[in-house]
Design a protein around this ligand. Structure first.
Ligand SMILES: C[S@@+](CC[C@H](N)C(=O)[O-])C[C@H]1O[C@@H](n2cnc3c(N)ncnc32)[C@H](O)[C@@H]1O
Length: 221
């Protein structure tokens, strides 16, 4: 009988297939980072599971983005896993978070300060406005996790489309909840958008947990 693969082994396999080469995460470093996050962050609620935070951490370290944009960042708990590389603490990389909820944003600012992230901003705003020609450079990695009170995840496809039609699209877009049962229609619309986009080089819709996640790599990858 073969042994069950570990969660970490599954995550490394998935990240390796996205990268197109073997990747092994330093899981001891993850444990240390995780201890820090859980000791210092205020997190009123979250849908980010142990599998998902390991995946975000492994992807963040493997892709090593210089700049990250998070849309629908809430209190920053989902986003922080992309910032596990120690160089996030010395200003070499920058994080920009956008969310319309000022209360969540205050907690996010408190959390990023508590953990010592060097270069970050948290903006009160909504998704589409932050993805167009707003004078900011295109980030290397965009994390989409907005949940609108009216149309929930319907914003994902237009946001990804706006990002992918920028002159220099981000190398990677990570979209949370994209295999979750309540959002399968939004995921289908996102798939159609990607099919029609010349910039969307490859995509993966990964049922890592009940929420799932889509990873989109552009031609800039
Ligand atoms: C459910 S939270 C994401 C939390 C994350 N899954 C976690 O567990 O940490 C979704 C966030 O999207 C934000 N939001 C709603 N509509 C938005 C929009 N149009 N643009 C950006 N963010 C939006 C909400 O204010 C909320 O903070």
């Amino acid at each position: 009988m073969s042994a069950q693969p570990s969660l970490e082994g599954v995550v490394d396999d998935v990240v390796s297939s996205i990268l197109g080469e073997d990747h092994a995460t330093d899981w001891d470093a993850f444990e240390q980072f995780s201890e820090l996050v859980h000791r210092l962050f205020v997190v009123p609620s979250t849908t980010i599971t142990p599998a998902m935070r390991r995946f975000f951490y492994a992807l963040g370290v493997a892709l090593s983005p210089t700049s990250v944009l998070a849309v629908g960042s809430y209190v920053g708990y989902a986003t922080i896993w992309f910032c596990g590389d120690p160089s996030w603490m010395d200003g070499a990389r920058s994080l920009r978070c956008v969310d319309p909820d000022p209360v969540a944003n205050r907690i996010a600012r408190r959390n990023f300060e508590a953990i010592g992230l060097a270069s970050w901003s948290v903006v009160d705003g909504t998704g589409l406005a932050s993805t167009g020609d707003d004078g900011t450079d295109t980030p290397d990695l965009v994390y989409v996790d907005l949940d609108d009170p009216v149309d929930r995840k319907a914003g994902y496809a237009p946001i990804c489309d706006a990002l992918l039609t920028r002159p220099e699209p981000p190398a990677t877009i990570v979209a949370h909840d994209m295999t979750a049962q309540p959002f399968l229609v939004d995921a289908d619309i996102l798939r159609s958008t990607l099919d029609a986009s010349p910039a969307a080089h490859r995509s993966w819709f990964l049922p890592l947990d009940d929420s799932g996640v889509a990873v989109i790599r552009s031609g800039a990858s």
